[in-house]
Design a protein around this ligand. Structure first.
Ligand code: GLV
Ligand code: GLV
Length: 329
């Protein structure tokens, strides 16, 4: 008989149909948000699961799913996985790198431009009927072209943003990362490696693209915000928890930095109430990879990982290397 899989959230119906050719599929077309216990109950007899980044996979879930062999995340980030617990239990994790790189870099740049040029704040003003006359400083923001772009997290997406800034907008690009890029990649991105404090002190715009981990928790908190220029903008397209959102709301309210653009939030889909009331912040609901072609490519890559691995072949984009054969057949 076919392996059994769960598709934990609603995805493109034709891609679920593709999976049905290979597997007995239980899906979630109504997109119900299951509790961890409901998810665990559905995984009791499953060999694989397609997750979206909002289902936590930890030791307790793995213990309740003795046949589970693969969790295919439809996201590049996989901080919803307890990778050590998965590896110890013999469960493979996969993610969706590469297919979303350029789309996400486009969005990072869009959020940067919307933030620096105060696009949503000014639109709210217009819609509210407050635009009755021109004035010399109305929604005057900061420049993108020719300014200094600081990127924290120089993976593929960070490099995509660097190239847009350097080649398209004549920005001076500095970056900070756990490791330096090769000289070739630095030249391609026209990016200069600097220390984190140096970056925060000198950048006109700071963009965060670092993966979430315990080590990157609150990469930007009150102390880091205090180092930034009062005219600077901060963009977070990485993960909630990379920024201390409460500290950021205070810095924005007090004008200690000029503005922020946020696509991800601590505790999302809840948003810190103080961020909802400060005017100098652009807020979007975790949509940086959301174009139709890219979301399809992400779903298809997650499906390809399930089809390959449960069909006895190598997964395309693994995030760990579990010892095989530890799981019930
Ligand atoms: C989205 O946040 C992703 O990790 O793909
Ligand atoms: C994210 O930073 C990536 O490397 O794609």
């Amino acid at each position: 008989s076919k392996p059994r899989i769960l598709v934990a959230r609603a995805i493109f119906p034709d891609i679920v149909d593709r999976l049905r050719a290979h597997f007995d599929v239980e899906d979630n077309p109504d997109d119900v948000i299951w509790t961890p216990a409901e998810l665990a109950a559905r995984l009791a007899d499953k060999d694989g699961v397609l997750t979206t980044g909002s289902q936590r996979v930890d030791a307790a879930l793995l213990a309740a799913a003795p046949r589970l062999k693969i969790c295919a995340n439809m996201a590049v980030g996989y901080n919803n996985f307890d990778v050590d617990a998965m590896t110890a239990a013999g469960v493979l994790g996969t993610n969706t790198p590469d297919v979303l790189t350029e789309t996400t870099a486009d969005f990072g740049f869009a959020l940067l431009m919307a933030t620096a040029r105060r696009m949503t704040e000014s639109e709210h003003y217009l819609r509210a009927g407050k635009w009755t006359k021109w004035s010399y400083d109305m929604f005057a923001g900061s420049d993108i072209h020719g300014s200094t772009l600081g990127i924290i997290g120089m993976g593929r997406i960070g490099q995509g943003i660097a190239k847009r800034g350097a080649h398209g907008f004549g920005m001076k690009v500095v970056y900070h990362n756990r490791s330096r890029l090769s000289a070739d990649l630095e030249a391609e991105c026209k990016a200069t490696y600097v220390g984190k404090e140096d970056l925060l002190r000198t950048a006109d715009h700071v963009v965060l693209v670092v993966p979430y981990s315990a080590a990157s928790h609150h990469t930007i908190g009150a102390a880091e915000l205090a180092l930034m220029k009062p005219t600077a903008t901060l963009i977070n397209i990485a993960r909630g928890g990379i920024v201390d959102d409460a500290a950021l709301a205070v810095a924005l309210r007090e004008g200690r930095i000029a503005a922020a653009g946020l696509d991800v939030f601590e505790g999302e889909p809840s948003v810190h109430p103080d961020l909802l009331t400060v005017p100098n912040v652009v807020l979007t609901p975790h949509i940086a990879s959301a174009t139709v072609p890219t979301r399809r490519a992400m779903a298809n890559l997650a499906a390809d990982n399930l089809i390959a691995f449960l069909g006895g072949r190598a997964p395309l984009t693994p995030v760990n290397q579990p010892v095989p054969g530890l799981r019930a057949q």
